[in-house]
Design a protein around this ligand. Sequence first.
Ligand code: DGJ
Length: 717
Amino acid sequence: MSLLTQAAPGDTHVVIETGQTALVIRIDKEQIPTIVHLGTKLRNAAEYGTISGNGKRGEDYTGIYNSVYTPAGSRNLLEPAIQVTHADGNPSLDLHYVRHETQPAGDGVVLTKVYLKDPQYPFEVTLHYKAYQQEDVIEQWATIRHTEKKPITMQKYASANLYLPAQTYYLTHFHGDWANEMNPSEVQLTEGIKVLDSKLGTRADLFQPPSFLISLNQPADEDRGDVIAGTLAWSGNYQLAFEVDPLHNLRIIPGINPYASAYSLAPNQEFTTPSFLFTYSSHGKGGASRSLHRWARKHRIPQGQGNRLTLLNNWEATYFDFNEEKLSALFKDGKKLGVDLFLLDDGWFGNKYPRNNDHTSLGDWQENKKKLPHGLGYLVKEAESSGIKFGIWLEPEMVSPKSELYEKHADWVIKLPNRQEYYFRNQLVLDLTNPKVQDFVYDVVNGIMTKNPTLGYIKWDCNAVIYNAYSATNPNQSNLFVDYVQGLYKVVERIRAKYPTLPMMLCSGGGGRVDYGALRYFTEYWPSDNTDGLERVFIQWNYSYFFPAIASCNHVTDWGKQPIKFRTDVAMMGKIGYDIVVSKLTEPELQFSQEALKTYDRIKPIIWQGDQFRLSSPYTSDVASLMYVNEAQDKAVWFSYLVKNRYKAGSVAPIKLKGLSPDKKYTIQELNVYPGTKSEINTSTATYSGNYLMTIGFNPQVSSRRESVVLEVSEVK
Ligand code: DGJ
């Protein structure tokens, strides 16, 4: 208690804690809220009261470099979190603490609200912090409201504003393009601002996703060091600003991109920013990603702890060229292979303009009578009578210029009236800020589901970005990018409310839109159209920093040169599917695949619900290696791949396992052994302690003869 007296008189400390982490906000006697600690929590909560400085190291000319939500236009000199113009034209904001409250918000979740207000204007910001105790994740967002006489304009309205003191800061971010998603770059941040952003509107993550890692004092290590994994739950334009301030502290300001988005907010209307999610790990990026995975499975992704369906997709097997007969044969192939569902991809719709290529028909969601004379209902039944479920591809946010929808409702399309149309994959985006368009999109899905109640899966695609942003009906053009995403969420929210258990895949021409805003509604996501097995080792590796395996749709296709075993092993590190011509498989390939699916069915709970440990990085080693361990630590599945083909490349030394119980004894058995080959592992009946496997390791014998190896590690009971 005596320690508390060291706090400046009049100070209040708001403490937001998870199992391991604390975020501490100090309110000084002027009612100014600043962040004074973000990191490992203290053992004795009473000592938070003694934090008065804040790791600052020199003069702060404003007193708010470490503001909890930096307002622009008054005394601030750095990057703001919020910038507004009041109804009277005044461009300044000041935010003072009013009060805070803490309440339980579900199983192991505590919500803290910090109420702030401008002393001169009826303008309020409430900061929300949801602290997920066991998962060590904090979800933060802001609500903004005013009762001024007329609308105000918000130039910037970030989700969060974090502050961290360290000697050095390393940012890992990811970049790419179609079929080349999630390439990591790690940079040391220097004074000034580094901005990651998207201005693409819909397929917002095409070049980079709103997810990052920050490592303090050293480059990010898998198991050691203080690492923050952060991700913005927003499916549109975002901005992540990392500012090393004049005192060499790091300010992180994630939120909606202010670009072309000055938002008009009417009196009494409440604006809610998207959530920023982060976890602070003192056990490196491995610890951070396991926390996010646990959080996502339990609290975010629909049926995150439930089941998923394996499937056969026809996209690469047929492209647009199919009919009922071909599809019926594919249903049988799917059954023979042993998957749960057949997924009919693009090309099944449009009559005035049949969808025979990607130039026409988006928006005309009626079965093409030539290809499917008996309609979708017939296909659902045919699939079911072959013993598998039926699912369908849709791209409901889009319209082709050559479509009946465009002819009827040109005013539903995002485009500028006085500019030439400009297309991305020959298509345009529908104006989801318009409630009529929202109804249309909802009705497309609801109509299909009502007619076909046993339809078992939807793949929701989104292949275009927004060019020429303009809405024919939105009175505030600069609200468009934000209202679009909110419109989309309204639609999927309605779909989820009516079809709570329908599996839905989030796809955007590959991984063009993978974020926890959309994954509130979608059970899984499509990481990339690039399904080359080797490429996928890298792509999936990088997504795995933020998203759990259960949500990753990995398909075995004909991309790449690796044998089917390699491609299957890689696809198993998530939710497996196929996009191949089953009838073209050789007898051993088919036999291998059928067996692999049976094995997968047995081990999938470990992959889907287990903790993931990255053991050996494809970026620094010949062998990529990672494992999943179940909660009881009595089962693990371990995947290793040869990723380099230099002379003698392979696992030349044992790889140390992680996540096992040191005191348990384990055996190691090889899975997915290709017909006609022999395992180099299964020859021995040796047992090893977890301690041995994690200290000395085990060699999976990866080499050019054994390019991929899957091992099952089981406790001997
Ligand atoms: C892009 C997706 O990523 C593919 O899987 C496929 O569905 C095509 N669109 C269909 O047009």
